[in-house]
Design a binder for this molecule. Structure first.
Ligand SMILES: [Zn+2]
Ligand SMILES: [Zn+2]
Length: 146
């Protein structure tokens, strides 16, 4: 398991290193990303931060997320329809499973991923530098409510 507190500390350290100002609003954004519950969009992060900091602007959230992306402290997941989603909990390539009903995104722990990568290398001779592995389906909650 990834400790959200560790992720938060690591993000804060990177921002300090780059001499970026650490405001309470920024910390709030970082906290949400460190948890990455359901892999929020910028709009979803904004909605949450606004509860504690009503004066926060969407632009502030955007800027903070973009900054973290540049520092490789957050993983961006782009989708052809709908907003980009963000994972600050695991800022490196990893598989995702996406609920087509509620749009929740979950990180599965796949033991077979290493084997799959090895097989891919043997089969193609490629040096693998990145991957994007998305599964789409209906989550248990939506199945229950459907
Ligand atoms: Zn769902
Ligand atoms: Zn993820």
């Amino acid at each position: 398991m990834i400790d959200p507190q560790n992720r938060l500390e690591s993000m804060l350290a990177k921002l300090r290193e780059q001499k970026f100002r650490i405001t309470p609003q920024r910390i709030a954004v970082l906290k949400i990303l460190a948890l990455s519950n359901g892999h929020p969009s910028v709009e979803q992060i904004f909605e949450q931060v606004k509860k504690d900091f009503p004066t926060t602007s969407l632009a502030t959230v955007y800027k903070t997320v973009t900054l973290l992306k540049q520092l490789n402290e957050v993983l961006e997941l782009g989708f052809p329809e709908g907003s980009n989603r963000y994972d600050g909990s695991r800022p490196y390539p990893h598989p995702h499973i996406i609920c087509m009903e509620c749009k929740k995104i979950v990180d599965p722990d796949l033991d077979s991923l290493d084997n799959l990568t090895q097989e891919l290398i043997q089969d193609t001779g490629f040096k693998i530098v990145n991957h994007r592995l998305d599964f789409f389906g209906i989550c248990p909650e939506c199945l229950k409510n459907g």
